[in-house]
Design a protein around this ligand. Structure first.
Ligand SMILES: [Zn+2]
Length: 245
């Protein structure tokens, strides 16, 4: 049965709400999809007032998970464009022009602001791979230096840093103090990058989002609430072509 688009469920941040009746489903459940639509799966025999009450009881869960799904893939796809001829790493303020070159070894060569992407085949896929590797390397250098600076200012220490291309997170921190950051942060303003880095560093002391966690965040960044709300819509700042990486 096709999903039915329903109106009347008003939860900020949700792009659309779909209802699926299923004879196989045993329980009611909701699913938040990458395009920020909400899917509600209902077993046969459940009345409208019952599933409406169920969805509303999950409102907090939905809002929390929407906030977590930060890099909005939905926004990216909508603005997806071809391979970039130039781009700016907003975090560092540096602009680059790209040039695709055919050569024996896949690698990126930077001369001033000209970034040559050398590939042995002239395919988009390879060029994106080379660009992705280069971005991860830049992110590693940039984020290490920033972590170091924040660490000195706050006395918070981390163990290892890894940089990846997470689909739904800007960063995370393990119980061992290993911080993982999203290279797409390079495309956000420096103050938001530092906000994410501080967030993960504070996790080395407070693993959850308790009052103590937020108190520490505010202590180190008095504008924490403002930064946090800016970060929520920061997915829109990412260039569309990033969806291909
Ligand atoms: Zn956190």
């Amino acid at each position: 049965m096709p999903d039915l688009l329903i109106n009347g469920i008003d939860i900020a941040g949700i792009s659309s709400c779909l209802l699926r009746r299923s004879s196989r489903a045993k329980r009611m459940r909701i699913e938040l999809r990458p395009d920020r639509s909400l899917l509600i799966v209902i077993p046969d025999g459940i009345r409208e007032d019952q599933w409406l009450a169920f969805v509303l009881s999950k409102k907090q869960w939905i809002v929390r998970n929407l906030q977590r799904s930060v890099p909005q893939q939905h926004d990216l796809k909508r603005t997806a464009v071809g391979f970039p001829s130039e781009f700016e790493l907003v975090c560092t303020g540096q602009k680059y022009q790209t040039c695709r070159v055919t050569g024996a070894q896949n690698r990126a060569l930077l001369v001033r602001s000209n970034l040559d992407l050398v590939c042995d085949q002239p395919s988009d896929k390879q060029a994106y791979q080379v660009l992705r590797r280069w971005l991860i390397k830049q992110a590693r250098v940039e984020f290490s230096a920033r972590l170091e600076r924040i660490s000195i200012a706050t006395g918070l220490e981390w163990n290892r840093l890894s940089v990846r291309g997470q689909k739904t997170r800007w960063g995370s921190c393990s119980a061992q103090g290993n911080i993982s950051l999203n290279f797409k942060l390079l495309f956000l303003p420096a103050n938001l990058v530092d906000h994410v880095l501080l967030h993960e560093l504070v996790h080395t002391r407070e693993m959850n989002h308790s009052h103590r966690f937020w108190a520490l965040m505010k202590k180190f960044d008095p504008q924490c609430t403002h930064h946090r709300s800016e970060l929520r819509s920061a997915g829109k700042l990412l260039p569309g072509w990033l969806v291909n990486l």
